[in-house]
Design a protein around this ligand. Structure first.
Ligand code: ARG
Length: 398
C-alpha cells in the first residue's frame, strides 16, 4: 500500500505543482489540507484544484477561532512585535498550521507531511520545528527545498502535467495573509531604499481625506478585546471591523528590514491595522492597571516571546512557562481604551478601568493634592546613598 502524505495546500502554483511532484518522486498518496485563517483565497476553488491535480482527498479546515483564541490572543497579551515592529501575523499562524497537519497525519495514518516553504525563509523553520515537536516520527518534505526548478521550469512542469493555474495573474510580490495581518515582499521592495508603491496596499488602502478623523473605543476583559464602540462583538468580527475602519485611514502599515532566523536580512511590508491598534491599546491599558515592577518585568519577556514566536519556538517548555506568566498578569487588564484615528496615524487618547491604580489625589497638582511632600526628601536621601558614597570616593565622573 502506498504511504500517505499530508500536504499543507494553499491553492497556488507551488503547492499545486507539489502534488504531482510528490507523487512522482515519493510514490505517495497526497492528501491536501487547506486551512482557513482568514486569507482571501477562494478555498473552494483551491479544494477542487487539489482534487483535479491528483490529491486523493482534500479538506478545508476553518481554524479562525482557534487561531484567535490560542495564538493571536496569547500574542496580543504579550504585546508581541518582532524587533519592536512586526506584529507577527505570518509567524504566529505557523505553529497552528503545524498542529493541524500533525493531527491530520494521525487521523489519516500518514507518515509524511509536506509544505511549500522555500529554503530561504523563516516559515520552513516554524513548520519543521513545530511538526517535529508534536510528532518526531513524521517525515517532513519541503519540495521547494528539494526540487531545483526555476520559476520557468516550474510553469513548464505544470503545463506538461496539465496543471491548470493562472500564472500570468501572479503578482511580482510574495504575499502571505491571514486575519492578523498581510505580509508583502519581493518586487521593488527588495531594494530597502525603494519606496513601496501605493498599489501594494490592500488592507490599508486609503479612502479617507487628510483632515478626516474619528474616535473608536475598545473594551478589554482580562487582556482581550470584547467590544467595539460599546457593542459586543465576536472576536473575529471585532478584528475584521477594526481592520476595516482603521485600514481606511491608511493605518497599520509597517515598512521594515528584519533579521531572518536563517541569518539574512529582508525587507518586508506589513499591513496590520487591527493588530497595531489592539496591541497599543492593550499596552496602554496595562500601563493603567499593572504595578510598575510587573509591567517592567513583562516588557523584558515580551521581546523574548516575540523572538520565540518568530523563531518557531512555540511548542517549547520556555514558551509554555512564559505564556503562563503572561496569562497570570492579565487578570486585571480590563477596561476601555479610546483611540483617535487620523490620516495614516492613530493615538490612544484615553483609558479607564475599574482596576485602575492611577490615583488622582496623589498625582494632581491642584488643591486636592494629598501627596505629602515631607516623605520625598528622606526617601531620595536613602535612594541616592550609593552614588553619594561613590562620588565621595572619586569614582564617579564628576
Ligand atoms: N517575514 C515574515 C515572517 O517571517 C513574513 C514571511 C512571509 N512573507 C511573505 N511575504 N510571503 O514572518
Amino acid at each position: 500500500m502506498r504511504q500517505k502524505l499530508i500536504l499543507a495546500y494553499s491553492g497556488g502554483l507551488d503547492t499545486t505543482v507539489a502534488i504531482k511532484w510528490l507523487q512522482e518522486n515519493y510514490d505517495v498518496e497526497v492528501i491536501a489540507v487547506l486551512i482557513d485563517l482568514g486569507q482571501p483565497d477562494n478555498l473552494n476553488d483551491a479544494y477542487e484544484r487539489a482534487l483535479k491535480t491528483g490529491a486523493s482527498k482534500a479538506y478545508i479546515i476553518d481554524a479562525k477561532d482557534e487561531f484567535i483564541n490560542d495564538y493571536i490572543y496569547p500574542s496580543l497579551k504579550a504585546n508581541a512585535k518582532y524587533e519592536k515592529r512586526y506584529t507577527l501575523a505570518t509567524a504566529i499562524a505557523r505553529p497552528l498550521i503545524a498542529k493541524i497537519l500533525v493531527d491530520f497525519a494521525k487521523k489519516e495514518n500518514a507518515s509524511m507531511i509536506a509544505h511549500g516553504c522555500t529554503a530561504k525563509g523563516n516559515d520552513q523553520v516554524r513548520f519543521d520545528v513545530g511538526i517535529r515537536s508534536l510528532n518526531p516520527d513524521i517525515k517532513i518534505i519541503a519540495p521547494m527545498r528539494v526540487w531545483k526548478l526555476s520559476r520557468e521550469e516550474e510553469i513548464e512542469y505544470a503545463q506538461k502535467n496539465n496543471i491548470k493555474i493562472n500564472v500570468t495573474k501572479k503578482s511580482i510580490y510574495s504575499i502571505d495573509e491571514n486575519l492578523w495581518g498581510r505580509s508583502i515582499e519581493c518586487g521593488n521592495l527588495e531594494d530597502p531604499w525603494s519606496e513601496p508603491l501605493e498599489e501594494i496596499y490592500k488592507w490599508s488602502k486609503i479612502s479617507k481625506n487628510e483632515k478626516d478623523n474619528e474616535y473608536i473605543e475598545i473594551d478589554f476583559e482580562s487582556g482581550v478585546p470584547v467590544s467595539l464602540n460599546g457593542q459586543k462583538l465576536k472576536p473575529l468580527d471585532l478584528i475584521l471591523e477594526i481592520n476595516k475602519i482603521a485600514g481606511s485611514y491608511g493605518i497599520g502599515r509597517i515598512d521594515m528590514v528584519e533579521n531572518r532566523l536563517i541569518g539574512i536580512k529582508s525587507r518586508e511590508i506589513y499591513e496590520a491595522p487591527a493588530a497595531e491598534i489592539l496591541i497599543e491599546s492593550h499596552r496602554q491599558l496595562e500601563s493603567l492597571v499593572l504595578d510598575r515592577e510587573l509591567l517592567h518585568f513583562k516588557y523584558l519577556i515580551e521581546d523574548k516571546i516575540s523572538e520565540m514566536i518568530y523563531y518557531g519556538l512555540w511548542f517549547t517548555p520556555l514558551m509554555k512557562c512564559l505564556k503562563k506568566f503572561v496569562e497570570e498578569s492579565q487578570e486585571y487588564v480590563s477596561g476601555t481604551v479610546k483611540i483617535k484615528l487620523e490620516y495614516k496615524s492613530f493615538n490612544v487618547v484615553g483609558r479607564k478601568s475599574p482596576y485602575s491604580i492611577y490615583d488622582y489625589n496623589l498625582a494632581t497638582y491642584d488643591k486636592n493634592d494629598m501627596f505629602d511632600p515631607k516623605f520625598s526628601e528622606s526617601f531620595i536621601k536613602i535612594w541616592g546613598y550609593p552614588y553619594e558614597i561613590l562620588a565621595k570616593k572619586g569614582r564617579l565622573n564628576g
